[in-house]
Design a protein around this ligand. Structure first.
Ligand code: GLU
Length: 272
């Protein structure tokens, strides 16, 4: 069986030990399977992405001993593709414009059936109200309706590290998949690119375990193959919280400058 996996960082800061763990886990899995390893730069957020962070990511990954195929896919160059994919979802009638402000969204949250968090489920505004708000140029987000998705595609199963499971399309509520002036979100771009790049195994942190349910919904709606998902543990800082880009001490840059070798990084991460 073909094995294609990827590491998909956002160039909004320096890589830290958590990224190194994710990249090495995917890289090791590709090597063990005799498969392919791809790198994808997820820079849809033009306001936060920086060329110097992208350069630093490539340098840090090469230092760790990783190699990848070129050209590297850069999401900022693919906005027209995402806009076309969004149009397909609009024509399927599974997305709606949500004009609610953040405060209004928070006020409309309901308890999730499966956990303590709260989720948003909404509905499109009445036609004339929508037309008026559009005419006024108001900002909106495109949300994927979990209920419409379920009605259109029925049940789907997929595989992650816990086994085979039925996708719960409501797992993230009616998720935002694009905005008025931004034809995509992480979810849509990532799903589309994984399919375009022929990714068979998505290996990433367990913070994205719930997102896989939404990703399976998008794949079913768009007629894309569903990869196998493998979520790995997160690397925590000394405070027990997951590492963030602002934790400079854990940046690979800093670690490397302090004299730690790539083998040393593997050791710190528990990767032999
Ligand atoms: N750009 C995403 C991140 O850095 C990638 C998530 C994924 O692998 O799907 O979290």
């Amino acid at each position: 069986m073909a094995f294609v996996t990827r590491f998909a960082p956002s160039p909004t800061g320096l890589l830290h030990l958590g990224h190194a763990f994710s990249a090495l886990t995917a890289w090791d899995a590709a090597r063990a399977a005799g498969g392919r390893f791809l790198l994808r730069i997820e820079d849809i957020d033009a306001g936060r992405s920086r060329a110097e962070f992208e350069a630093a990511i490539l340098e840090d990954l090469a230092w760790l001993g990783l190699g990848w195929e070129t050209p590297v896919l850069r999401q900022s160059e693919r906005m027209a593709d995402y806009a076309a994919v969004l149009e397909r979802l609009i024509s399927l009638g599974v997305v709606y414009r949500c004009f609610r402000t953040r405060k209004e969204v928070l006020a409309g949250l309901v308890s999730a059936p499966h956990g303590p968090e709260t989720l948003f489920f909404g509905a499109p505004p009445p036609r004339d109200e929508e037309a008026e708000r559009l005419a006024r140029g108001e900002a909106f987000a495109w949300r994927l309706s979990a209920a419409q998705t379920q009605a259109l595609i029925g049940d789907r199963v997929f595989e992650d590290e816990t086994g085979r499971l039925r996708a719960d399309f409501a797992r993230l509520g009616d998720a935002v998949i694009a905005r008025k002036d931004f034809p995509t979100s992480y979810h849509l771009a990532s799903v589309w690119d994984d399919a375009e790049q022929g990714v068979t195994h998505v290996i990433r942190g367990e913070d994205l375990r719930d997102s896989a349910h939404l990703h399976v919904a998008l794949q079913a709606l768009l007629g894309l193959a569903t990869p196998i998902y493998r979520h790995h543990r997160l690397i925590l800082g000394d405070d027990g919280k997951r590492l963030a880009k602002r934790d400079r001490a854990a940046s690979l840059r800093e670690i490397r400058e302090s004299g730690v070798t790539p083998a040393g990084v593997r050791k710190i991460l528990g990767l032999a």
